[in-house]
Ligand binder design. Structure first.
Ligand SMILES: Nc1nc(=O)c2c([nH]1)NC[C@@H]1CN(c3ccc(C(=O)N[C@@H](CCC(=O)O)C(=O)O)cc3)C=[N+]21
Length: 296
């Protein structure tokens, strides 16, 4: 059984990115600049954005965190986005999700200029992804592809079962695993809350990608021997024995499923750190495209 070590691979990727940034600095070129907008005070969201900012520092990017209050109106947020779209110093930015209820998420994501949309959430970029055109691939799915690639996990002709159809993980993942090329060329089944007899489906999977957010959902009985297991779940469960008062748990019953799996991602230390590394990679790409005047 091989642990797909997202922590290690993400560190390798960050070192590769840092080497690129060092070259830019040596040539007196402007370094990539990422901005992150966060609306409200959600603890988990603040943690993730904090990690993103720290990761920028680590590789030598510039970063800007824009904090808006929980009562921010949709118009105020759209104004801020327009400002970031027009700020030539910023190569890419993200709007941290989820957003408060008074704000229409889809409307907001459509306001981000596709050239600066390093999350890959704009319909133009999502469409390009589905059509195999070069674009920003959403960081979590991109991180999973990168992890499969670096561990040489064979995906061709395999049956991949994706659990969850969210716009940021399950849906794009189902498209990417079925695309031509590597990693890809899988036969994909996308399952969700209306799926009947899910155990029958997961037991036939060569690769399972679970992005549900239900702790311990995927049990050993649902998995066949030698399956590849990717756990995208990150749920905070209260735990007084820890310093922070919580621990994070994936969708997979790791202890038992890992005994059957050929490859498995841990939580923490699997997909989460890869997400951050690939956001940096997309920001590097955004800088490069910006430098070339968006001509290609
Ligand atoms: N616009 C937008 N883009 C996102 O990419 C985005 C988002 N909104 N909203 C929330 C989700 C979630 N997400 C994570 C990133 C890193 C970890 C991560 O580093 N996790 C660590 C542990 C972190 C902890 O201790 O909580 C790990 O799994 O090892 C987790 C989750 C990005 N998301």
């Amino acid at each position: 059984m091989t642990i797909l070590d997202g922590k290690k691979v993400s560190n390798d990727i960050k070192n590769e990115i840092k080497a690129e940034v060092d070259k830019m600095k040596a040539n007196n070129e402007k370094v990539p600049h990422l901005a992150a907008v966060i609306v409200g005070n959600d603890g988990a969201s603040l943690t993730y954005v904090g990690s993103k900012v720290r990761a920028c520092e680590r590789v030598g990017f510039e970063s800007t965190m824009v904090r808006l209050s929980n009562t921010t109106s949709e118009v105020e947020l759209l104004d801020k986005i327009e400002e970031l779209n027009n700020n030539d110093d910023i190569d890419g930015f993200i709007i941290q999700l989820p957003l408060p209820d008074q704000i229409d998420t889809q409307k907001v994501l459509m306001a981000v200029h596709p050239d600066k949309d390093v999350d890959g959430f704009h319909p133009t970029n999502f469409g390009k992804m589905a059509l195999d055109m070069s674009t920003f691939i959403p960081a979590t799915p991109f991180g999973i592809l990168e992890l499969l690639d670096r561990y040489n996990v064979d995906t061709k002709g395999k049956h991949t079962v994706v659990i969850g159809r969210s716009h940021i993980v399950g849906r794009p993942m189902s498209i990417l695993m079925g695309r031509k090329g590597f990693p890809g060329n899988s036969t994909v089944t996308l399952t969700h809350s209306h799926t009947k007899n899910i155990t029958q489906i997961t037991s036939q999977a060569d690769i399972i990608i679970s992005a549900l957010g239900v702790p311990n959902f995927l049990k050993a009985e649902m998995v066949k021997d030698d399956a590849v297991i990717i756990d995208v779940g990150i749920t905070r469960v209260p735990d007084d024995s820890t310093e922070k008062g919580y621990r994070i748990t994936g969708d997979v019953d790791f202890e038992n499923v890992s005994k059957k799996a050929s490859h498995i991602t841990p939580v923490p230390g699997g997909v989460g750190p890869m997400t951050i590394a690939m956001l940096l990679k997309n920001t590097l790409l955004a800088r490069e495209r910006h430098r070339k005047g968006y001509k290609e």
